[in-house]
Ligand binder design. Structure first.
Ligand SMILES: [Zn+2]
Length: 186
């Protein structure tokens, strides 16, 4: 049955009033629908870009957090303080600085004593760290239990994207994944 509804709506793109034939129509016409789509795609792209930039900033901060000696620029970045402040603190002897080549480096310990980093960013845990060793077999065990040679097992691990953890000299894989590939051990 053809719909005969006429609904006054406001186009979500241009803001003009229009008559819609369905309750879900958002735009006054194809042009506005296309433009809105383009605008949405563009916004998504910008958002993705911002996320990537944020990730780069976080990665560099994580790296800085692990350094024992920091350049003045790095201290400024990490502790959100001005160069002037750092130079003053060095002059007053409140931070320990060492000259390496032409550059001055500040010991992390002395700067830590004065400022708390405004952003404490921890590296994201690697997914495989969530694996519990108790729920895993090591590679040797799997080979024995399922009577597999190393190559077959290695290929299967790659092909099925089986997560691995290394502990000491052993590599462990989740029992669950292995069983789902090879069935229960004989
Ligand atoms: Zn419109």
């Amino acid at each position: 049955m053809a719909s005969s509804i006429r609904i006054n709506k406001i186009c979500q793109h241009c803001g003009n009033e229009f008559i819609a034939k369905t309750t879900v129509t958002k735009y006054c016409g194809d042009n506005c629908a296309k433009r809105a789509y383009k605008a949405r795609k563009k916004a998504e792209k910008i958002e993705l870009n911002n996320q990537e930039t944020q990730q780069i900033i976080e990665d560099s901060i994580i790296e800085l957090q692990t350094k024992d000696f920091l350049s003045v620029a790095e201290v400024c970045q990490l502790f959100k303080v001005s160069r002037t402040t750092i130079w003053r603190l060095m002059k007053e002897g409140k931070v320990n600085a060492a000259r390496i080549g032409r550059k001055k480096f500040i010991t992390r310990a002395s700067i830590n004593a004065l400022f708390k980093p405004p952003i404490e960013i921890k590296p994201k845990p690697v997914e495989t760290e969530e694996l519990q060793i108790e729920t895993c077999w090591n590679i040797g065990e799997v080979e024995r239990l399922f009577n597999l040679n190393s190559k077959t097992l290695y290929d299967a691990i790659l092909r099925f994207d089986v997560p691995k953890i290394q502990q000491g000299k052993f590599v462990y894989v989740p029992k669950e994944n292995i069983i789902s590939i090879f069935g229960q051990p004989k």
